[in-house]
Design a protein around this ligand. Structure first.
Ligand code: SF4
Length: 295
């Protein structure tokens, strides 16, 4: 049965770990003109890093500022340095090495997590991440969202599935904990297609998965389509049932790093019920408990 991230962290690190969202000051090939200049159709422009610390601050300053926000809750005192905004391997190697090293040298940082794209992981970067993994555990988060080419074109993902296959294979060979982001509810996909994506991830060597329902955020091209009635949104009951099907499709030891979205509430247009994260998690966890899953 897939396991929760909290259980995984408890077993691996001896307690709960809090993520500190950091910003390495990078952009992404879907925004800087390399592959596109409008970004993915759902991306808010903050590069999925709506909670990351201010861009101008140093890594150490960002760690301290982010720690101050969660320190009262964190009894364990250990954190994950999470480079979240945009594509966090999209910079020259020495820049990446300096940023990541600064983060893992902090005594309260127990692990490093780097969010990126499969087409931005050249071999020297993979070798760097594998080297850092021998100092402190490194997780690499890949934004896949879907395995279906038509949906990938619609969302303007900007790379083919073969890039994911190659990256997943190398990351697995190097022993890095790979976490794959999948978006459920993308326009044009039925439940069977979504479950196919999840099953594919489970067989690709990835150790973890983040499942998130499509959010329509203000200021995105998706918002324009939604206003034109072209983006159907899911009800909470349907989402919980779909999550159950997705978990059924995953291998036993898969780590579930997320079951809901985490978008900034102030920009959320739909579905509005996702704004009450606590209520959503309560409902989803209750439903999943009925199927024997405990998160
Ligand atoms: S790849 Fe990530 S940061 Fe770039 S546009 Fe897409 S969601 Fe935004």
């Amino acid at each position: 049965m897939p396991i929760s991230a909290n259980r995984y962290f408890r077993e691996r690190f001896g307690g709960k770990l809090y993520k500190l969202a950091l910003d390495g000051g990078m952009t992404c090939p879907n925004r800087d003109g390399t592959k596109g200049d409008r970004g993915c159709v759902f991306c808010s422009g903050a590069g999925s890093g709506d909670f990351a610390a201010a861009r101008r601050a140093s890594v150490l300053e960002q760690i301290e500022a982010a720690k101050a926000l969660v320190a009262p809750k964190n009894r364990n005192g250990a954190y994950i340095a999470y480079f979240q905004s945009f594509t966090n391997t999209y910079a020259p190697l020495p820049v990446l090495e300096a940023l990541f090293t600064e983060a893992i040298q902090h005594p309260d940082i127990a692990a490093l997590s780097v969010a990126t794209r499969p087409d931005c992981l050249p071999e020297p970067v993979l070798v760097l991440l594998a080297r850092l993994d021998r100092i402190k555990p490194v997780m690499v988060e890949l934004g896949l969202q879907t395995i279906h080419p038509a949906t990938a074109a619609f969302i303007r993902r900007g790379y083919p599935l073969s890039d994911y296959d190659r990256a997943a294979e190398r990351l697995t060979a190097l022993g890095l904990h790979t976490v794959v982001h999948v978006i459920l509810g993308l326009p044009g996909e039925n439940e069977q297609m979504m479950v196919q994506t999840v099953r594919y991830v489970g067989r690709s060597g990835a150790k973890g998965i983040k499942l998130q329902l499509l959010h329509v955020l203000e200021g995105t091209d998706l918002a324009t389509l939604w206003r034109a009635g072209q983006v159907p949104v899911m009800a909470l009951t349907d989402y919980a049932r779909l999550l159950g099907r997705c978990l059924d499709a995953l291998p036993e030891d898969m780590v579930i790093h997320r079951l809901t979205g985490d978008g900034a509430k102030k920009n959320l247009l739909a579905p509005l019920w996702t704004g009450d994260k606590k209520a959503v998690l309560n409902y989803v966890n209750n439903y999943l408990r009925g199927k024997g899953y405990v998160f």
